[in-house]
Design a protein around this ligand. Structure first.
Ligand code: NAD
Length: 277
């Protein structure tokens, strides 16, 4: 069966499967099983990070799957302590070792930590990883517009993506438009609102779900896809992994897209990147 997930072109010259699987807060004791399940369901794009403490288990699942490396898209991220200390090369090498890979498809600066004033320096090192092909694309995460502007002025390579909190109650339209204007892909973290808002209980989401005979989670994921976001929902349950993957055989109408757009309340579930240092 051909994989239904569409590839999105990145400014790196590579492409990313628009739907991936995130492993934040997946305990290391579960992570290998969870990622093996996700790969079996059909996900080929896995999003981890040094800070998630499960890169080794993600690597073990990749090795056990037997899936050819070039059919997988693996993202990991520079952890805040390594960013702070400037130990970028050692951190990247350790991530590769833990993952059991000789390259990643995407390497991100996890948080800008603006008070630390090291993200430009870190980015220059990521540019070298890209030049050496040990990161096939490089990007950032939790960067606000001023942080992106600083990078655009001070460095050579435009980030391929900015991975940011984004869901129907926090849609980040200004950032979205800025990224689009500069060829930066927007990757939505917490795409389901991390279960912290009653997104699924909102009447708009429920009405759209009823109209398509789908679950609220499927409606929210479909909304991300049609909005052009790269989306990486997480679940430990195989059933929900499957549910979240079955979103390519229906389409929201433009009226439904507009109705969901109207749910924006500019409310974060996570920290404000300006203050995370
Ligand atoms: P999410 O929005 O994906 O929500 C996950 C929660 O939703 C879990 O509690 C899960 O049980 C529940 N859920 C999943 N599918 C469901 C379904 N079909 N029905 C009902 N409930 C369902 O939140 P997340 O895990 O924080 O974000 C996704 C990924 O984004 C992470 O795993 C990680 O890879 C990435 N992330 C990145 C950052 C960053 O700073 N760059 C921060 C947070 C998350």
């Amino acid at each position: 069966m051909t994989n239904p997930v569409p590839p999105l072109n990145l400014n790196s010259g590579t492409s990313i499967p628009q739907l991936g699987f995130g492993v934040f807060r997946v305990d290391p004791t579960d992570a290998q099983r969870v990622v093996e399940d996700a790969l079996e369901v059909g996900y080929r794009h896995i999003d981890t990070a040094a800070l998630y403490n499960n890169e080794e288990q993600v690597g073990a699942a990749i090795a056990a799957s037997g899936i050819p490396r070039d059919e997988l898209f693996i993202t990991t991220k520079l952890g805040n302590p390594d960013h702070k200390s400037g130990e970028v090369v050692a951190a990247f090498d350790l991530s590769l070792t833990k993952l059991g890979l000789d390259y990643v498809d995407l390497y991100l600066i996890h948080w800008p930590m603006p008070a630390n004033e090291r993200y430009v320096q870190a980015w220059r090192q990521l540019e070298r990883f890209y030049g050496e092909h040990s990161a096939r694309a490089i990007g950032v995460s939790n960067f606000l517009i001023p942080h992106l502007e600083t990078l655009l002025v001070a460095t050579d390579i435009v980030p391929a993506v900015n991975q940011v909190e984004l869901h129907p109650v926090f849609q980040q339209r200004e950032l979205h438009d800025f990224a689009a204007a500069h060829g930066i892909g927007i990757e939505a973290w917490g795409p389901l609102g991390q279960g912290k808002y009653d997104l699924f209980g909102m009447s708009t989401i429920q009405d759209v779900a009823a109209a398509h005979e789908r679950t609220p989670a499927q409606i929210v994921i479909r909304w991300h896809l049609q909005a052009g976001n790269i989306v990486i929902p997480k679940s430990n349950s195989r059933e929900r992994m499957r549910e979240n993957f079955e979103v390519f055989d229906f389409e929201l109408t433009s009226a439904e897209m507009v109705a969901i757009a109207a749910l924006d309340e500019d409310r974060r579930v996570g920290g404000n990147p300006a203050d995370v240092n």
